[in-house]
Design a protein around this ligand. Structure first.
Ligand code: SF4
Length: 478
């Protein structure tokens, strides 16, 4: 099968029958739900770009596994160029959607699995790499979207998985048979799980031998029996349901909690089962890839935020004021340092024994730490430039009200030649990009917390060469 068009992607989601709950109600058809559909539309842009002349050559490439043209979101990097292109594509899509487009975590899982299943087989004689390759070819041939299911709900953080009172607080294998395994547990923050055809599960942390039941990796269709998607609340979500005051009128982000209520996984979809010595590596590889990915998408989102800041300044009549110009430059340099760090992580990547290329984890994690702080600063600068109405603009419904609408049109005017409605729309977009909780919290916790980023940097950084520099300069001989 060829690449899917955007329309074919949406059609393919309509054929899935996932179990979904939102705001206390069962959602029979998530594609028809405006809140969820806004998220699906963001993922659909990864298909749309493959249809567009200007971007097709960037987002598609020939897969060495199938010999066919595939979307890069389904190809673990086979070269430095692949690593670099993923950052460039993410920047384009971040600017195009102004939010999370949700397809990256699937690729991060494919990348991690393509390295670690190979390494596991070399050490343990397991059959995972070939199973993984079959799954990869299936994803590529059908141009599917995968969703990473990694973050366990974790219960008491001071205890390891097997020490928890309730043993299901980390996803685990509860039964095995000739046909496959049964798993139980829950994964949090599953951005785009309903925009995905496949859910790819990895362990959430390094594990000890006593935690063997928790060392499990597998992939299942997103509408598998026993899999329950409970869509989380976020700060602006009911606006999409109401269809007013949305800000970003095209795209959004939603994050379900995924409950695995005794879900059956056939053996041919199991990529790790009990190999605790590789749990840390698999989640480490996934996380490092995802932190590289963030540097691209968030630089792209900042591009849209810079555009909004500049337009708001023009609408407000403040674009020539020096401190406004300075603030916009401060936004630009933050986008470029994030992007630069993520590109550097790609250019410094290395080939692993399986043939997959892995990024430089120190640079990828440095990029993510930078993002955690600087995205907040970019948001602050944007609000500063835009003005106080980001906080409390009257609703679209007030503007349509025949009694007060004309008065609002008069009093919310900026410069004379810009329609009031345009200024209002841009205020709303600013509000959405800065204050939508589902999106902005991922700047801090997406791909792991800042402490996890620091841990990786500490583990992967060599201090001895740096000490040698200092000793030599100080004239100390040892
Ligand atoms: Fe992709 Fe993650 Fe960025 Fe969303 S937040 S667009 S999944 S890298």
């Amino acid at each position: 099968m060829a690449l899917k068009t955007k329309a074919q992607y949406i059609e393919s989601l309509k054929k899935l029958k996932p179990t979904v709950y939102m705001f206390g109600q069962k959602i029979e058809n998530p594609v028809d739900n405006p809140r969820i559909f806004a998220g699906m539309s963001a993922t659909a842009t990864t298909y749309e770009l493959a249809e567009m002349e200007a971007y097709r050559h960037k987002i598609t490439t020939i897969s060495p596994f199938t010999g066919e043209l595939v979307n890069r979101f389904n190809l673990p990097a086979q070269s430095i160029e692949d690593l670099v292109m993923r950052v460039k594509i993410n920047r384009i899509l971040g600017g195009y959607t102004g939010t999370c487009f949700q397809r990256c975590t699937g690729l991060d899982c494919l990348g991690a699995l393509s390295i670690v299943t190979y390494n596991m087989d070399q050490k343990h004689g397991t059959p995972y790499y070939h199973r993984f390759l079959d799954f990869l070819k299936y994803m590529q041939t059908n141009d599917l979207t995968g969703n990473a299911s990694v973050t366990d709900v974790k219960g008491d953080r001071s205890l390891s998985p097997h020490e928890q009172d309730d043993k299901d607080l980390y996803l685990r294998v509860v039964d095995k048979s000739q046909g496959g395994i049964i798993v139980r547990g829950a994964k949090a923050h599953q951005t785009g799980s309903l925009s995905s055809h496949e859910i790819i599960v990895l362990p959430t942390r390094a594990l000890r031998k006593e935690d063997a039941d928790y060392a499990v990796a597998f992939a299942i269709p997103s509408d598998t029996r026993g899999l329950i998607h409970v869509v989380g609340r976020s700060s602006l979500d009911t606006r999409e349901l109401d269809g007013v005051d949305c800000g970003n009128i095209r795209y959004s982000k939603y994050c379900p909690t995924l409950i695995f209520d005794d879900v059956f996984v056939p053996w041919d979809r199991v990529f790790m089962c009990g190999e605790t010595d590789y749990a840390g590596e698999i989640v480490g590889r996934f996380s490092a890839y995802h932190r590289q990915s963030h540097g691209g998408c968030k630089a792209g989102k900042i591009d849209a935020m810079i555009g909004a800041a500049q337009i708001m300044a023009e609408y407000n009549g403040t674009s020539k004021i020096s401190h406004i110009k300075e603030k916009i430059v401060d936004m630009i340099h933050r986008a470029e340092t994030l992007y630069g760090c993520s590109l550097a992580a790609s250019y410094e990547g290395k080939r692993e024994p399986s043939g997959t290329y892995f990024i430089d984890p120190v640079l990828a994690n440095a990029s993510k730490i930078h993002e955690g702080k600087e995205m907040a600063e970019v948001g602050r600068l944007l609000v500063d430039v835009a003005g106080g109405y980001v906080a409390d603009l009257p609703s679209d419904r007030d503007l349509k009200n025949p009694e007060i609408g004309p008065l609002l049109q008069k009093y919310l005017k900026g410069v004379a030649d810009v329609p009031t409605l345009n200024r209002i729309k841009m205020f709303r977009l600013v509000e959405k990009m800065v204050l939508e909780s589902a999106d902005t919290i991922s700047d801090i916790h997406g791909g792991g917390s800042a402490a996890a980023h620091r841990l990786t940097i500490s583990k992967e950084s060599e201090l001895e060469p740096k000490k040698r520099c200092a000793r030599r300069l100080a004239g100390i001989e040892e």
